[in-house]
Design a protein around this ligand. Sequence first.
Ligand SMILES: [Zn+2]
Length: 264
Amino acid sequence: MKSSLILLAMALSLTSTMAHTSKILSPQKTFPFGSDGRTLEGVSKNTIYLTFDDGPTSEATPAILDILKEYNIKATFFVVGRMARAHESILAEIRSQGHRLANHSYNHELSFKSDQEFIDTLNDTHEVIERYMQPGDISLFRAPGGNWKDWQALAANGNASARKYVGPIFWNVGGGNGNAKDDADWKCWKTWWVSARKCGKSYIEQIENNYNRGRASLVLMHDINRKSADMLEYILKKLTSSRSKVQWKFELISNIPAVKENTK
Ligand SMILES: [Zn+2]
């Protein structure tokens, strides 16, 4: 542990001089991901990773599970601990259908007052989801709002339970990454006059844009609004159509080479 802290300190001093270009804390074993581009290195460009944040909810999660089942596609659910505790039967259903449960904090905190507060939110959520995880499942963390600070890696690496986590898992489809029109599903909920189909089209454009740049897609959606389920249905119908020019491949985040590498 001592040596890894020294390594981290070295990595921090290195990154402080190029803070705007990289937040990656390599060679740390856990929490090494500061940019989606590096996370997806070595992944073929027709690969799509579907992720759903902020649930589970009875409004959207069961509908999303039904659609995923229809297309036989597995996804990763970054659940909020508080929501997970309130909907444990849905948690069980998510995992029993072959999807993965991941950690998105306990109360969707966008900032933390102390190291301990961050460790607590991570471990409290882990306590809820671990009962439904299966042997060999990788522990993944996504920071709420994508807000991530280097000190969080230091705090996580210094805690016996949090240390097993890999993260933060960013995304490159679904807003906030300067991709395409930067559309997110939650923006679609606000614009009630825009159809789920139109919102779904925007996601497909972002995925195709990544493909044209030689990149795989890590897609962010939220399972707290029914409109996201409707968008998903449209997106999957289009991408799996026999008329689609690309043969898309849907994978779990736990199969990303960089993720696997960091759990060894
Ligand atoms: Zn979130």
